[in-house]
Design a protein around this ligand. Structure first.
Ligand SMILES: CC(C)(COP(=O)(O)OP(=O)(O)OC[C@H]1O[C@@H](n2cnc3c(N)ncnc32)[C@H](O)[C@@H]1OP(=O)(O)O)[C@@H](O)C(=O)NCCC(=O)NCCS
Length: 288
């Protein structure tokens, strides 16, 4: 199953091999960025890895396709791994707000190596990165895709993205037409849903409960293992919010409370499902 791993030296040879095969993690600067990365890996692999997790934006300015530079935002990358290297996904944000400066096209960018495409990896990677985005305090993210990038649009929509505008990319990016999608991460109380399949983290495309005419959804994430500190941060807060909302609308949801999993809706489209037995019980217990 696909996981997101923190870039580390143990994964680096496969990352490097992908770059050498002509793939690039950088969708904006493509080959040029790939060659620069190979150079950095050659010079100092440890520093290269360290720079991929830069939550204080300590790295230098970011180069745009026209050669101009802009200030770096805090951010980090994760690598897609299914036992082998599959791709890269990055998150960046502006401290203290979910908005982005005009020169930054989106919060999240991703690329899957050509030989691992069409397996749902980008969809799952984005689903997992949205958890991290919430953990970073964002209430929504923007993701952009060119009009001809149908695959990326499918990935974004599958994760609750809704088209907010068709826009012209800044001249420094080449001025192409692009589509901006927004994925809301705000928590609303959602319905109780049927028990999720067993498995460590299951982002299968099972319907996860709907309400108020909301489209049936979307990736389902099941926690059966003890949560990591990062997951707790991303999940305990939503659970507290869920509890508050559930109290406010107890009539609406009370019929369902005997079902085996609780679903937290991230906006109307996103659901996190936790088996009551296990992770959720311990999380709820820790909320008291
Ligand atoms: C876009 C990209 C990340 C998708 O990765 P992936 O792992 O193959 O994506 P997934 O398998 O998770 O899902 C792809 C979806 O797009 C659909 N798709 C793929 N190619 C398509 C095409 N030519 N036309 C229509 N739909 C297409 C798939 O059918 C699937 O949707 P479905 O599950 O509803 O059928 C990958 O193609 C890539 O790395 N492209 C280059 C970099 C890039 O464009 N990044 C995004 C920048 S916005």
């Amino acid at each position: 199953m696909l996981q997101l791993v923190k870039p580390a030296l143990e994964f680096l040879p496969e990352y490097k091999a992908a770059l050498e095969r002509g793939w690039s993690a950088d969708n904006v600067r493509g080959d040029v960025a790939a060659r620069e990365e190979l150079q950095k890996i050659e010079t100092d692999p440890v520093a290269f890895i360290a720079a991929l997790d830069d939550r204080q934006a300590k790295g230098g300015p970011i180069k745009l396709p026209d050669g101009s530079t802009v200030p770096r935002l805090p951010g980090f990358r994760r690598w897609m791994w299914d036992g082998a290297f599959c791709g890269s996904i990055g998150l960046r944000w502006q401290p203290g707000t979910s908005e982005l400066p005009p020169h930054v096209l989106g919060h999240i960018g991703y690329a899957v190596v050509p030989w691992k495409r069409g397996r749902g990896y980008a969809k799952r990677a984005l689903a997992l990165m949205l958890i991290e985005a919430r953990g970073a305090g964002l209430t929504f993210v923007y993701v952009t895709a060119r009009p001809d990038n149908v695959a990326s649009q499918a990935v974004i929509r599958a994760n609750g993205g809704r088209l907010v505008e068709r826009f012209q990319e800044p001249a420094a990016y080449g001025g192409n037409e692009s589509l901006r999608f927004r994925i809301d991460l705000k928590i609303e109380a959602g319905p109780i849903v049927a028990h999720a399949p067993q498995g460590a983290m299951d982002a299968a495309e099972n319907p996860c409960g709907t309400s108020d005419g909301v489209e049936p959804m979307i990736p389902k994430i099941t926690l059966t293992d003890a949560p990591t500190p990062e997951m707790r941060k991303a999940i305990v807060e939503p659970l507290v919010e869920f509890k508050r909302c559930a109290k406010q609308s107890s009539n609406r949801w009370s019929n369902s409370t005997t079902a085996a999993s609780a679903s937290l809706k991230l906006t109307a489209r996103w659901s996190f499902c936790f088996p009551i037995q296990g992770a959720m019980r311990s999380l709820v217990g820790s909320m008291a």
